[in-house]
Ligand binder design. Structure first.
Ligand code: PLP
Length: 382
């Protein structure tokens, strides 16, 4: 499969017809255990469904093929994937570098849960490579990158960060949730491991929560498998089925997300109530050149600042009709949210706090005209 194009791999990698009945779609193996032919005589390589399940294995093979990695492990959520990776790679006294505008849940995990286990962190603007170098300590083990970031849509130069990680013997982790493997391939740019909240673009239909880690590092992959089984934060077979089904249309959906985001950006840039539009596809975006170098297109996420401040931001979130006011992103339906009070509330009072005039849009795959009309009508009510 590795010599086929992206859309072909998305549909076929790991998706061989079922050997029992020839089902074209990998079945939902709703079983907690697998019969053995005599003690220790596994019929199919599977023994217990926390350790492994064929529906999960199909998803893992599909995702590994899309990210260009040798190994993938799926987890019950993006946070479970992150937790597993951090526990696999860090020990008490170790340190990691995270982005100054990391996803709020990542910040909460590192700053509260892992802090209790003696892990320290520095939050740095990853676009400032000198600041990244300066933050690296003798105890630093991981450089954690998210690009584009949630919710400010900053871009980090993955190849440059991989260079720094290599110089210091660190692992570079890239959270590829916002871009998806269709738009960006961090392993090919030098990352050691890719993290996903598969809840977002990969699942793509806002009907399942999941996470995944992809790497070509055999030792790390063995540790991730050990912890997947040992910690038990595994996705169920129906969740894996939904995620795999979503991934099959990823290429088509991402093109439409990008088309619609570009339409929305154009309309909002010209609007007096919007003081700025944050979108890496804009030539005026401070990291546009880096984005153009490492991304196929610029994605479906758009953030805006409202000239009328927090009051206008909250009012806009309540005024749209096609955009639903809700957390999460990356589904077929358009969503709007106020990060300061919703997804990023855990950053309030920290250096990662986001400003209250900010609104985040997850631009879906509806008709572009309807999305633009909805936003313009909502802005007119402010
Ligand atoms: N990483 C990013 C960039 C996210 O946006 C999210 C969730 O919003 C996560 C990780 C966590 O994923 P999950 O919600 O599936 O646990």
């Amino acid at each position: 499969m590795s010599d086929h194009g992206f859309a072909t791999r998305a549909i076929h990698a790991g998706q061989d017809p079922d050997p029992t009945y020839g089902s074209v779609v990998v079945p939902v193996h709703a079983t907690s255990t697998f019969a053995q032919d005599g003690v220790g005589g596994l019929r199919s390589g599977y023994e217990y469904a926390r350790t492994g399940n064929p529906t999960r294995a199909a998803l893992e093979a599909q995702l590994a093929a899309l990210e260009g990695g040798r190994h993938c492990r799926a987890y019950a959520s993006g946070m479970a994937a992150e937790d597993t990776l951090l526990r696999a790679t860090l020990r008490p006294g170790d340190h990691l570098v995270i982005p100054i505008d990391a996803y709020g849940g990542t910040f909460r995990l590192v700053s509260t849960v892992l802090a209790d286990w003696g892990v320290r962190y520095s939050a740095v603007d990853l676009a400032d490579l000198d600041a990244v170098r300066a933050a690296i300590l003798p105890e630093t083990k991981l450089l954690w990158c998210e690009t584009p970031t949630n919710p400010l849509l900053s871009i980090a130069d993955v190849a440059a960060l991989a260079g720094i990680a290599g110089e210091h013997g660190l692992r570079l982790v890239v959270d590829n949730t916002f871009a998806s493997p269709y738009l960006q391939q961090p392993l090919a740019l030098g990352a050691s491991v890719v993290v996903h909240s598969t809840t977002k673009y990969l699942g793509g239909h806002s009907d399942v929560v999941g996470g995944a880690l992809v790497t070509s590092d055999d030792d790390l992959a063995a540790d991730l498998a050990r912890l997947q089984n040992g910690m038990g934060a595994v996705p169920g077979p129906f969740d894996c089925f939904l995620t795999t089904r979503g991934i099959k249309t990823l290429a088509l959906r991402m093109e439409r997300h990008c088309d619609n985001a570009e339409r929305v950006v154009e309309a909002l840039e010209a609007h007096a109530a919007v003081s700025s539009v944050l979108y890496p596809g804009l030539a005026s975006h401070p990291h546009h050149e880096t984005a153009a170098k490492q991304m196929r297109r610029f994605g479906g996420m758009v953030s805006i600042r409202l000239a009328g401040g927090e009051e206008a931001a909250r009012a806009l979130c309540a005024a749209t009709r096609v955009f639903t006011l809700a957390e999460s992103l990356g589904g077929v339906e358009s969503l709007i949210e106020h990060p300061g009070a919703m997804t990023h509330a855990s950053t309030v009072g920290s250096p990662l706090e986001v400003s209250a005039d900010l609104v985040r849009l997850s631009v879906g795959i509806e008709d572009g005209d309807d999305l633009v009309d909805d936003l313009l009508a909502a802005l007119a009510t402010l």
